[in-house]
Design a protein around this ligand. Structure first.
Ligand code: 13P
Length: 236
């Protein structure tokens, strides 16, 4: 399974290095065979020669150039980073990235062979509008995205579940993941208020290939427990 931590705008470079060392030591001491991904804040990126895959939370669709405040692929190459998160709801809804821009970014990093964790998920009003409107909204987030890309991982993260402590029921997660599996055979992660207390139940569901964890992953110990759950459920 794939266990991913999105550290968002948290942990300095020093703190991130300490965090990664803690997770790496856990992973090697427990002989973990799951795929562990960590997305640090931009200024905390560095070269890491470990089994943990370090990815970028964002980058612009360019090698370099005049895009003030952005970084390009040349900056990721410096740290041998070949993994990127695209389409996170905070970038869609707070930073205003459009589907068109996301598709351009997706294609740029796809052409470079990056592993792409591509996020989709509905805001509360779409969920309340009923299943078909909700699925229509989620489908629109696949526009311009190559769902057959071999290095694609989908993350289903309902916007209303992110950082709120609220989650869909296990049945709902299961049902949506099953529907999303029809759009793409890529692995699908669930994200949104995953904690040590619910991670095991979520990971045990059918059609779930892993989790993308935000706030709870900031505690190295908690993130490691979730990695261990995934290991225990191997071959579920
Ligand atoms: P929380 O786990 O804090 O709800 O965040 C989820 C998320 O946005 C991961 O990308």
């Amino acid at each position: 399974m794939i266990i991913a931590a999105n550290l968002k705008t948290n942990l300095t470079r020093k703190e991130t290095n300490k965090y990664l060392a803690e997770v790496e030591s856990f992973v090697s001491s427990k002989n973990i065979t799951q795929e562990v991904l960590v997305f640090p804040a931009m200024s905390s990126l560095d070269t890491h020669d470990t089994s943990i895959i370090v990815g970028a939370q964002n980058a612009y669709a360019t090698k370099d150039g005049a895009f003030t405040g952005e970084i390009g692929s040349v900056h990721l190459e410096e740290f041998a980073i070949k993994t990127i998160l695209i389409g996170h709801s905070e970038r869609r809804h707070i930073l205003g990235e459009t589907q068109e821009e996301l598709a351009i970014k997706f294609n740029y990093y796809k052409d470079l062979g990056f592993k792409i964790v591509y996020c989709v998920g509905e805001p509360l009003e779409k969920r309340k509008a009923g299943k078909s409107e909700m699925m229509e909204y989620i489908s629109s987030q696949y526009k311009g995205i190559d769902t057959k890309y071999k290095n694609l991982i989908i993350a289903y993260e309902p916007v209303w579940a992110i950082g709120t402590g609220l989650t869909p029921t296990l049945e709902d997660i299961q049902e949506i993941h099953t529907d999303l599996k029809e759009k793409s055979t890529a692995p699908i992660l669930y994200g949104g208020s995953v904690k040590v207390t619910n991670a095991k139940d979520v990971l045990a569901l059918k059609n779930i290939d892993g989790i993308l964890v935000g706030s709870a992953a900031l505690y190295g110990e908690h993130f490691c427990s979730m990695i261990e759950y995934a290991q225990e459920l191997e071959g579920k």
